[in-house]
Design a binder for this molecule. Sequence first.
Ligand SMILES: O=P(O)(O)OC[C@H]1O[C@H](O)[C@H](O)[C@@H](O)[C@@H]1O
Length: 247
Amino acid sequence: MRGGIQICYPQFGDCGSLDQHGFARNKVWVIDENPPPLASNESFGRSFVDLLLKSSEEDLKQWPHSFEFRLRVSLAIDGDLTLISRVRNINGKPFSFSFAYHTYLSVSDISEVRVEGLETLDYLDNLSKRELLTEQGDAITFESEIDRTYLRSPKVVAVLDHERKRTYVIGKEGLPDTVVWNPWEKKSKTMTDFGDDEYKSMLCVDGAALERPITLKPGEEWTGKLMLTAVKSSFCFDQLELQSKGF
Ligand SMILES: O=P(O)(O)OC[C@H]1O[C@H](O)[C@H](O)[C@@H](O)[C@@H]1O
């Protein structure tokens, strides 16, 4: 599966016994025809759909933990997209999982893109057996394959696309980590569902909970929220303005 925002649950990557990124992204989710309403302060100019996933018999064979997963996808009139994942343990025993919103962003030219907000952070380099390193640059730019998990990253990260004069602002809650991935030329050629040159016009920046898996006791619920907005690049990476947008 390529593109969009994939739900990686209950496992991210290959860190576990399940298939890469867990089973949720390969499932048919059910629309909740009667979802709880949006809070009154959130409902103006906003549409939403609630998608539900429960463990099937087949899932329980590979991952024996019953859960209820409610994904609320809501779109505001100005184009802001919010995804809220709620996972509830309906099992008799605690369970743990990792999670990511594997978010494909369309960019004009990856060589002209920079990511701000992750500088000076520690990261696990997935290209080097998850070695723990520290980001040195002022911002992240791209000139080769990258596959990193930035640890304890801030609530807001910005992806600046200079050529398109557009900045993606990615806000997150309940998701301590951020994955940055671009397969670059060599790996793209090995991916059968990905064009050889498609790496030039994409970047994945994923809000995630990876370093410390989430543990839920019976009856407990976890919430992880992602907010994605595109603004003109004249936009200043300014916390006050972000706060006014609800980040
Ligand atoms: O090819 P997929 O299973 O969709 O995974 C695509 C990529 O997802 C994440 O970004 C991982 O960090 C990468 O290691 C992986 O290659």
